[in-house]
Each structure stands twice: as structure tokens, then as C-alpha cells.
Design a protein. Structure first.
Length: 331
């Protein structure tokens, strides 16, 4: 399955089981190559990908959000310079969203930009972070240093999800539920009623199609793209208040429930979240949530955009002042 993304540069996303066994059909394996990965990505994927290249530089970083840091960014840059890596290099991100975001930012700034290929291995990275061109590191706040930089290609092997822990898999399902809620009622129903693992490539395909439709209209996130932030206003606050004890998808699950007014819709959303062992409520109080929202990089001059649901499959962006936020959320 292939989806072409039309952005400032056009690129293909290829989804195929066992595609790692035929990587040379999809990327130029004669090029100078740097592979960036983390220490918890199963070694079989790292050695499989490396085996296609002649002496690739393989860099393994510690797993976890802390790796999306200025320190790791600078260390990577130093390594590339010391190893005499040239502008002809392609940088391959092999891992989840942390590795994708950091490697993409490195690729976007090393020698003013070099080729970048994403091989995402978590569900969240396969349906969301590897597509759309947002790359970043954290500095005092999340994703505060970054750029828009499209990959040259995204290669998705759904078979890599077999080694992913259930909690990480469900973390990705939360984003999938979000796509259904804002854009595609049928997708939502299927996530609720079907066993998604056996047909996971179809779900990945549909989620990327939705992301493509939205991002194509607003690559740099000034308008329509904001709809992808459904559940994220409160979700980000919950992530910070829990000191990242909640994974991103878990925090936005709480965030999504908190902004749904309609009791019938809320009941269905709670049902689907429970099916995937995702949280639906937290004990943080509303004042602390609002306090964190004020610090969100998306808050501009006391105004924020929140995403509301008119129905399942129909998200809507609304600009409000932070003082009004209390009327829209229930914790
Ligand atoms: N750029 C974007 O548009 C965008 C969108 C959403 C999220 N993000 C970012 O993505 C990051 C989160 O990404 P994530 O949820 O993928 O987390 P992650 O990258 O931390 O990966 C989660 C864990 O899974 C392990 N792992 C990865 N693939 C595996 C596999 N196939 N088998 C076994 N273990 C595996 C990793 O080693 C890690 O320990 C956050 O930093 C977030 O800000 C970016």
C-alpha cells in the first residue's frame, strides 16, 4: 500500500508487512547512510536495516523522551562532523516518535539539510509522527526547538509492531481513536467493534490518509491542521502534571473525554478507550490544568484554539480565551 503526500516536497509512505526484508527495492542502498535508533528497538531490526548498506554509521541512543534533548542533538552533530559525514548522506530514523523527531531535526539542520528517511516502529509513529514533517527537540518545554522538514520516504513495516509492548501499542490506538472522532465515523466504529491487530495495515493506511488530507491543506499548522490536536489541550497539561507518567496517547485519551459534552458520545468514547486499557479520567484539578494550558506553546495572547466534537467523525476548531476554558472541560 502506498500513499503519496503532497507537501512542500512530495514523498511516498509505503506500508507493507515484512518490507524490511526488501528494503533495497524502496531506498537507495548505495548511498552514504547514518542510521539512528534507540537501545530498546529489537536488535534484529537494527541489524536487518544495517545489512543493506556498506559500512553505515549506526548510532544507538538511550530510549525515552529525554533523548529528544539539545544535549543529544549536539552530540549527534559532533559525531557526524567527526566521522566526516558529507552532504550526500541519508539519515534513517529507525524507531518511535522520539527517534523520528530528533533524527529529523538533525537531518533538517546538518549542513542546511540532508536526506531523511523514516522507518517508524511504534504504532504512534507509524500512524502519526512519521508523516507530516514536524521534527523537534525539547528544551525547557516540549518540542520548543524544531522545524518543518519532510522526509524523503516513510517505510512502514507493520510486522515490527509484534514486539511492541501492549501499553505502547494502545498508546498509538489512542491517536487512531482521535482520527476517527474528528474525521471518520466508520473508522471509529471499526476500532470499537473489530479486532484491529489482524488488519493493522488497513488501519495504519486509513490514519495516514486522514493525516494527509488535513496536513495537505495546512502544512505549517496555522489553521486546519489544528484539528489534529483534539484532546491535546488538556492532554498536554496532564502529561506535564503527571511528569510524563502518562504516555502521550494516554494523556490525550483523558483530554478527549474531558472536552466531550454530549453524554451519548462520551459513553461511546469511554467504551472504546476502556477496550484498549486507556485512561478516561485523572485526578488533576481544573485550576492546575488551566495553569499549564497558559504555558502551552499554542497559547497566543491569552487565546487558544480548542477542538470540539459536533458528532463522532466531526471535529471543529474553536478559538476561545483561556479564561473561557473552564466552561469547555470537565475533569
Ligand atoms: N512529529 C510529530 O508530528 C509527532 C506526533 C506525535 C508525537 N510525536 C512525538 O513522538 C514521541 C513519542 O513517540 P512514541 O510513542 O513512538 O515513543 P518512543 O519513541 O519513546 O517509543 C516508545 C518505546 O517503544 C520502544 N520501541 C519502539 N519500537 C519498538 C518495537 N517495534 N518493538 C519494541 N519496542 C519498540 C522504544 O525503544 C521506546 O522505548 C514524543 O516525543 C512526541 O512528542 C511527534
Amino acid at each position: 500500500m502506498k500513499i503519496t503526500i503532497y507537501a512542500s516536497t512530495t514523498y511516498d509512505v509505503i506500508i507493507k508487512r515484512s518490507i524490511l526484508d526488501e528494503l533495497d527495492k524502496h531506498i537507495d542502498c548505495t548511498k552514504e547512510t547514518v542510521i539512528i535508533t534507540d537501545n530498546l528497538i529489537p536488535k534484529e531490526y537494527v541489524s536487518k536495516v544495517s545489512s543493506y548498506f556498506n559500512a553505515p554509521l549506526v548510532i544507538e541512543l538511550p530510549s525515552g523522551e529525554n533523548t529528544k534533548s539539545f544535549e543529544h542533538y549536539i552530540n549527534l552533530m559532533t559525531k557526524l562532523v567527526n566521522k566526516n559525514v558529507t552532504r550526500a548522506v541519508q539519515i534513517i530514523a529507525l524507531g518511535g516518535g522520539v527517534i523520528g523527531d530528533l533524527s529529523g531535526f538533525v537531518a533538517s539542520t546538518f549542513m542546511r539539510g540532508v536526506d531523511f528517511i523514516q522507518i517508524p516502529t511504534t504504532l504512534l509513529a507509524q500512524i502519526d509522527s512519521s508523516v507530516g514533517g514536524k521534527v523537534a527537540i525539547n528544551h525547557l518545554r516540549k518540542n520548543i526547538i524544531g522545524s518543518f522538514y519532510q522526509p524523503k520516504k516513510v517505510i512502514i513495516d507493520p510486522d515490527t509492531l509484534k514486539t511492541l509492548e501492549d501499553r505502547q501499542f494502545n498508546n498509538g490506538v489512542a491517536e487512531m481513536i482521535k482520527y476517527g472522532l474528528i474525521y471518520d465515523k466508520n473508522l471509529f466504529r471499526r476500532i470499537l467493534n473489530e479486532e484491529i491487530k489482524s488488519n493493522i495495515e488497513e488501519y495504519i493506511y486509513r490514519c495516514i490518509e486522514i493525516k494527509r488530507d488535513i496536513v495537505v491543506e495546512d502544512e505549517r499548522d496555522y489553521g486546519r491542521r489544528h484539528i489534529l490536536n483534539f484532546g491535546h489541550t488538556v492532554g498536554h497539561a496532564v502529561e506535564v502534571l503527571s511528569d510524563y507518567g502518562y504516555l502521550h496517547g494516554e494523556a490525550i485519551s483523558i483530554g478527549m473525554v474531558s472536552v466531550i459534552n454530549d453524554e451519548r458520545i462520551k459513553k461511546e468514547v469511554i467504551k472504546v478507550l476502556r477496550k484498549y486499557s486507556l485512561p478516561t479520567h485523572s485526578n488533576f484539578n481544573i485550576e492546575d490544568i488551566i495553569d499549564k494550558v497558559k504555558n502551552d506553546k499554542k497559547a497566543i495572547n491569552d487565546k487558544i484554539k480548542i477542538v470540539l466534537l459536533d458528532d463522532i467523525g466531526k471535529g471543529r476548531i474553536k478559538e476561545i480565551s483561556i479564561s473561557e476554558l473552564k466552561q469547555y472541560i470537565r475533569m
